[in-house]
Design a protein around this ligand. Sequence first.
Ligand code: SF4
Length: 745
Amino acid sequence: HGDSAAVDDKIASVCPYCGVGCQLEYQVSRGTGEVLFEEGQSGATLADAQSQSLASGQVKQHHGAASQDPRLDNIIAVSGRDGPSNRGRLCVKGRFGFDYPRHPERLIRPLIRRAGVPKGLDPTFDPAHPLSHFREASWDEALEVAAQGLMSLKRAHGPDSLAGFGSAKCTNEEAWLFQKLVRTGFGSNHVDHCTRLCHASSVAALMEGVGSGGVSASFMQAEQSDLIVLTGCNPGVNHPVAATFFKRAAKRGTRIVVIDPRGLALRHHAHRSVQFTPGADVALFNAMLNVIVSEGLADQDYIAAHTEDFAALAEHVDALTPEAMSPLCGVAPEEIRAVAREYATAKRAMIFWGMGISQHTHGTDNARCLIALALACGHVGREGTGLHPLRGQNNVQGASDAGMIPMVFPDYQPVGDVAARERLEALWEAPLSATPGLTVVEIMHAIHAGQIRGMYILGENPAMSDPDLDHARSALAQLEHLVVQDIFVTETAQFADVILPSYAWPEKDGSVTNTNRQVQRGRAALQAPGEAKPDWWITQQIACHMGLEWHYAGPEEIYAEMQQGMDSLDNIDWARISHEGSVTYPCLTPDGEGEDVVFGEGFPRASGRARFVPTWPTPPDETLDADYPTVLTTGRQLEHWHTGSMTRRARVLDNLEPSAVATLNPVELERLGIAAGEPLSITTRRGQITLATRADPLTPAGMVFVPFCYAEAAANLLTNPALDPVGKIPEFKYAACYLTKPKVS
Ligand code: SF4
């Protein structure tokens, strides 16, 4: 890191980035201890306050890094701890992406939009100096304006005129309070978050098929497997420390089978790579099921003991032979047979999948197929077997468990379930709506339709993360009242009426739940700057300003209430996670470790059995044609995370990947007459972006990959908002586009 400050403190916490949930230790310099932000001192961001301090001679510039004010405490290094999901390892994001809380653009005071300033992205706006468009406000004024704006819309237009987006970056306690505010304060179930853009279709299929939205086994179980399937995921980039478990397993003899159109995942460790036609997953998986059924490879004892509706599935796949499906999926029949046989005959096999599976209009069908494959072969409920959707954000599992989903209460209890609703109504002493709420993209449509008029957005950045950004941004601009709570003036905050400055992860106490269902404890390592406040405190204050009587003293008390409303947290109390650092749910005894593998004794469905759900191959929403002949697919990079609001403000990470690049096959570059590094324009039916190119022989010809974290070349200006009908997830992984060499002006 190159910082010469001494380490004064070491704080045990958890990585704020991906769903792996690596445990880490922040090494902290406590600074000089002088007060940086005195009462009444102006400055809406660290940059403003620091420049004022520099001008007044209060402080000398600290070796060229505006973000390292010597009077503030700073994280100066991060190391991995021996957590169950990382065993001391960290990836580049966890190890080096820690200085964003001290970025000059960090918000330190509440802001209110200046009268007459239009809502939207203004190219002249500088997030480091937001006072051009917003004015500073006291907390009292900002909270009153925020809450009264929401209340007046509710009074005028009813509860269905308001909605909330929380964030998978919230702690469990913050997620719990946020959805409680929407349900009891707004009076609707219009609460959602980025799980809708991530694994909503996987969760829908898992709930339907096996009765639980979590993974059936941790990724550590890969080390007990004979064979693991990686499909629609690229863990070396997106879940790098989970990938180390897969690599170790491969070295010990576990066969890795990659099934993916891009064929990238752990290619140096893969035993077999099946590259199929983008968007044709269901055809390929059904053909594999046909082989397993027709060749007698199904585990009939397991099927008889633990499942239902197998006969219907067997009849359904009878005609979906490898020969019939091969033209659709682009994989030779013999290759389909080989991979099906290999999976079915392995003693212990696991399937891991990512958003290549879930982010399709047939994302739920994709996951149904994977569930059917595992059930047909009895690869569930034993060590080294299982179904594992690799979760994206650090707390997308926990935020979903805590109920930040419009159609279910905490623990995935349907909002229409009378018993579940009465239980929460008794706990919260408030009536609850039995009508499922709208999802992320549906809320954007509802704004355009004039139904949703006010929103509260905590930590989410839909002005970057939603599909078809022109549509999403025009919806945000149309809102009559928008409250945004965040650590920077994000793209979404630029549409806000009120901006509330909150704590960054290293300033927070709270719990998070990773992809393995491990509930872990995060701890504050830094003091928050200026007047920034904890997210739970801000949400509580908005609730109080709306007339609710909330008196939580902090995360521990909120967690205690969660335990009363969520059976999944039985035997996992605050003292345990604080003392032990990590406990897996479900945990059957007060001192048990929790169940790393579930479904050994049956499934949490009414019948106790898992269910096969047949699927038909369907094409992507947009198909290629002469005008739009190339597939656009989007995703993440190793160094950057989601919309880039944190990692692009982390110096090391931003230096490693400073600008947007499109990745495509050298054959495509040659066809276009573009040298690697030169710019490329990508156009879909929704928009055009221009960005630099990078050659990658592994990306198939006819496809271009664009990361979605760069505001200056926002991939989601191009993406298709068409939704999976069940999971309501957009088809981020497939849009029809054309590529051109930009004209030199
Ligand atoms: Fe953080 Fe994920 Fe990297 Fe672990 S693998 S250090 S949780 S980003």
